[in-house]
Design a protein. Structure first.
Length: 114
């Protein structure tokens, strides 16, 4: 599952994962994305850190409050995202951080290694 308000990135990642033999779904709507996380059975979730409300941090807080644990990777162009996750007490909800820009092969290695 890919949740990112950047339509081009979302679609490119979906195509990449499908080409790699994985089922992939994406949404640019963070509210819909949170619902899909809760209701879906996804192996991996790529969640954009900075989205229109609710943002990635808000979604992580909501999931943590309801004790919902998934393999979530945060996508961000901000170098300070790790500190922000710690400050918001949601770093334990994240399997990894993927910093933009990123190479697709490196992305796949990072996800498979987690």
């Amino acid at each position: 599952m890919i949740i990112d308000d950047d339509r081009e990135l979302c679609e490119a990642l979906m195509i990449f994962f499908k080409d790699e033999g994985h089922f992939a779904e994406c949404t640019q709507d963070s509210v819909k994305g949170e619902t899909l996380i809760r209701d879906g059975n996804y192996d991996i979730i790529l969640l954009d850190y900075k989205m229109p409300l609710p943002g990635g941090i808000d979604i992580l807080k909501n999931l943590k409050a309801d004790n919902i644990r998934k393999r979530i990777f945060i996508i961000s162009g901000r170098p300070s995202v790790e500190q922000a996750l710690k400050e918001e007490d949601v770093s334990d909800m994240v399997s990894g951080i993927i910093t933009k820009p990123f190479n697709l092969e490196t992305l796949l290695e990072k996800i498979n290694g987690a």
